[in-house]
Design a protein around this ligand. Structure first.
Ligand SMILES: [Mg+2]
Length: 181
C-alpha cells in the first residue's frame, strides 16, 4: 500500500558526511564521499517500505549523482531538486514548491510532508516557512545545533539517521488514523 507520508531530505551532513567529501577544486564537484553511519541503511529501508523520498539539496547536480551512485542510493529518490537547477538555495520557497510540483502535490498535501535536514537556517527555516514539518538531523557539529530564532525551531529533532525510522513509522500511523476517521 502506498505510504501517506512523503519525505523531503537534504544530503550534506544529513545523509553524506561532509568531512569525507573529495573534490578536485574548492567548491567544485564532489567526486566521492561516505555516508553518515546508518544513513544508507535508513534510506534504503524507507525506500523498501514504500516511502516516496525527494532530494531537496543545495549544491551541484553532478556531486549528488556521484555520491549517491557511489553509495548505492541513487534509486531511492523520486525526484532530485537541486539548487544548481533552480538558481536559488534553501530556505527559498522555490526549492520546496518545485519538489511539491514535481511530485504532483498541492497545498492540501503539506501535512503529509516532512523535511529532514541538518541546517537550521536552510532546512528548518525553509520547511517551517513553507508550512511543512521539519526534522532536524543533529548529527554533525559543524553547524549550529540550537535554534537562534523561532523560525529555526524544528518540529522534531533526531541525532542520528536510524532514529528517522521509528519517527517516520509514528507519523505514518498518525496520518493513517486521521484518514480512517
Ligand atoms: Mg546539509
Amino acid at each position: 500500500m502506498e505510504k501517506k507520508l512523503i519525505i523531503f531530505t537534504d544530503i550534506g551532513d544529513t545523509i553524506i558526511d561532509e568531512t569525507t567529501e573529495v573534490r578536485k577544486q574548492q567548491y567544485g564537484v564532489v567526486y566521492s564521499a561516505d555516508c553518515i553511519p546508518g544513513a544508507k541503511e535508513t534510506f534504503l529501508s524507507l525506500y523498501q517500505q514504500g516511502y516516496r523520498i525527494v532530494m531537496v539539496a543545495d549544491g551541484l547536480e553532478q556531486s549528488f549523482r556521484n555520491t549517491m551512485k557511489e553509495n548505492g542510493l541513487d534509486h531511492v529518490f523520486s525526484e532530485w531538486v537541486i539548487s544548481e537547477q533552480l538558481g536559488v538555495e534553501k530556505p527559498n520557497a522555490l526549492m520546496f514548491e518545485t519538489a511539491m510540483g514535481r511530485m504532483g502535490l498541492t497545498d492540501s498535501d503539506k501535512k503529509r510532508v516532512i523535511m529532514v535536514g541538518n541546517n537550521l537556517k536552510r532546512d528548518m527555516v525553509g520547511a517551517n516557512r513553507f508550512g511543512i514539518r521539519s526534522v532536524h538531523m543533529a548529527w554533525s557539529t559543524h553547524y549550529p545545533t540550537v535554534a537562534s530564532t523561532p523560525e529555526e525551531e524544528p518540529t522534531f529533532c533526531i541525532h542520528q539517521p536510524t532514529e528517522l525510522l521509528p519517527l517516520v513509522d509514528r507519523l505514518e500511523k498518525q496520518l493513517e488514523e486521521k484518514a480512517s476517521v
